[in-house]
Write a protein that binds this ligand. Sequence first.
Ligand SMILES: [Zn+2]
Ligand SMILES: [Zn+2]
Length: 357
Amino acid sequence: MLAYTYIEQGKFELREKPIPEIKDSRDAIVRVTLGSICSSDLHIKHGSVPRAVSGITVGHEMVGVVEKVGADVTAVKPGDRVTVNVETFCGECFFCRRGYVNNCTDPNGGWALGCRIDGGQAEYVRVPYADRGLNHIPDTVSDEQALLVGDVLATGFWAARISEITEDDTVLIIGAGPTGICTLLCVLLKKPRRIIVCEKSPERARFVRQRYPEVLVTDPENCKEFVLRNSDHGGADVVLEVAGSEDTFRLAWDCARPNAIVTIVALYDKPQLLPLPDMYGKNLTFKTGGVDGCDCAEILNLIEEGKIDTTPLITHKFPLSEIEEAYRIFENRLDGVIKVAIEGNLIKPVFVLPHTP
Ligand SMILES: [Zn+2]
Ligand SMILES: [Zn+2]
């Protein structure tokens, strides 16, 4: 099968690899019908994910059809349409039992797919702990509608959930990339008084203005003044930092009112300065992290009910065989790209998969 592979820093390559096999009784093999490229894939490519293993198939955002399951898998069966969670988690350790699945203590726990083990920019993927990592896609939900559930939409949903948003709040979201817009969609469900999106790209700012007219849009240069003018208590009540650019961490706490919650969703390339003397007395609460992706079933229900729609984010679509071109467009932000979908293995192969005991 074709698998887009991390060779070395700066180099991915489409290679021929064997179809993955069940290795553990809790594994499933999923035929990938639709995948996508995430900015974290680019972080691997550029060497800023030290734990990424060279030789692995990249890609951690995908949907597909269950092809085979191990003996101990009970939640899914061959033929089921499923979303695949970016995170692998056991569901039983101290952290998993509290919903902190990103910190699952299993050796394979956390972000493993497409980083430490083979991922989904391929025709098939092996998913460990399939009962936890796979969720049924409702019949009325398309692959496109479900594509972002396991990663960027899970991230936006988690970020909105932990930010303690109330209906009186002015919420500032910094960054309107794919995760920023997913965060916006989930913040909208909380019905805060005002939402302000700060985005430096005029193209992306326009996208937000056109699609979500109830949202206020500003740019980094004018952000603080704009937030002060459009909030009731000297800054945003809640700030979600989803940009991860040079100066956006500072912007996030600077635009927050005293006692605000500042949620850092972004993955930075460099360390950030926490100038405590400058923020003394502001009494901010910072929440940081990587997604605890354990709400996928609830997210799929919201999609089925028409309350979340991420399909406008999928601006481009390529077959797996043309993934190089898809990366070129995504990486260089060409042609108004937000998300690229990679069409995987849409047609059931005629050959028979080898039997494993
Ligand atoms: Zn990702
Ligand atoms: Zn665990």
